[in-house]
Design a protein. Structure first.
Length: 77
């Protein structure tokens, strides 16, 4: 999933997507450990997608903090 598609999701959907990716990643690591993994590139894709989701969450937290800071400073004037 691309970053633009992930940004369109709300927080609940992002959490669900993150849970699914962690589950799939866990399964692939297990397959790798027992020597049955065939799609080795999928592990890297999943890790990158997990990182994208965490980045988007961080962006949203920073944006919310900036908005709160701006509204507080406007209210003080």
């Amino acid at each position: 999933m691309k970053a633009t598609e992930l940004r369109a999701l709300n927080e609940v959907q992002l959490s669900e997507q993150l849970d699914e990716l962690h589950s799939e990643w866990r399964n692939l690591r297990f397959q790798e450990a027992i020597g049955k993994l065939t799609a080795t590139s999928r592990i890297r894709e999943i890790r990158k997608e997990i990182a994208r989701i965490h980045t988007i969450r961080t962006e949203r937290e920073i944006d919310a903090a900036l908005r709160a800071s701006l509204s507080a400073s406007r209210g003080a004037n």
